[in-house]
Design a protein around this ligand. Sequence first.
Ligand code: NAD
Ligand code: LMR
Length: 328
Amino acid sequence: MVSVAVLGAAGGIGQPLSLLLKLNVNVTKLNLYDIVNVPGVAADISHVSTNAEVKSFLGPGQLDEAVSKIDLAIIPAGVPRKPGMTRDDLFKINAGIVKTLVEKIAENSPRAFIAVISNPVNSTVPIAAEVLKAKGVFDARRLFGVTTLDVVRASRFVRDVRANTDAAALRVPVVGGHSGNTIVPLLSLASSPVELSEAEVKELTHRIQFGGDEVVKAKDGAGSATLSMAYAGARFADSLMRAMKGEQVVEPTFISLSADPEGAKEIRQLGAGDLEFFAVPVKLGANGVESIVPLGGQPTEFEREAIKVSAQALATNIDTGVNFVKSA
Ligand code: NAD
Ligand code: LMR
């Protein structure tokens, strides 16, 4: 019995993500919101023979209704990259979009879980947190930056160099943020051991950090990852919904470490320092973040160095997001 709103539902991610959510038996209501084209998308998806009720919401005049009485809002609204751009180049446009959408969620469904996909995630999640704080409804356990695509890529890219790996079963903890060298895959702490040479670890780490660029380059001006992202977003949403029903599920995600100050000590000591936000493996429960999960071992020297590099870049990204709201 979960009511979900997808904000940016007519986009490259929004359409396949909405379709995958329509197939999820835990979704009972699916509110699709966009500023263009969403009636057609909603009509189309509504014919799929599952029980979820699909509704279309078009434009700012229907936004309040789109986010009323929802349990989960997923936000893929905003512009994607073109070749030559960094995710930070999207900030100018996407920061305002995310701010407005989160304001409306805070006013209409203050207890809803919010999963932010819009880039730059390293800054849009701090924006969302500041908006929720200003509205007096911030709960660190309920706000997530979706970094699942990094985890998905890590599993798949390991299989590209070790064909005996089951890409669907292997879990690599990915910590830090969601852009370039802020993404830190901890290959040494994968769910089942993978023997890799030093050179392979370096190459794989680089590929996971810059996996998004492969898609941006291949799409050649037509955007960035949409289908793999829809899969990753649907997987994260499914984890959250299973957790809402009482199952305990672990997913790495970019959160405010204030959700579990005790559990955050490990990553802080490894280099996250006093940053408020960092992606960490999280145990999800009925109220969102139940705890930050211990990494389960000591990262290698190479990984510890990467965490420090990530934290340095993240500090700026987080400040940019916080200041955007504070100076508005
Ligand atoms: P897209 O351009 O195909 O779709 C974006 C949609 O957002 C469009 O339908 C657009 O009309 C809508 N939109 C724009 N302004 C809006 C507003 N104010 N309210 C509601 N909807 C609005 O882009 P896409 O490929 O779907 O990517 C969307 C975002 O997701 C981008 O910022 C991209 O960088 C990001 N992304 C994140 C990840 C991740 O891992 N977190 C992965 C891939 C893409
Ligand atoms: C990704 O990792 O694919 C997304 O963040 C989109 C991008 O800009 O690369």
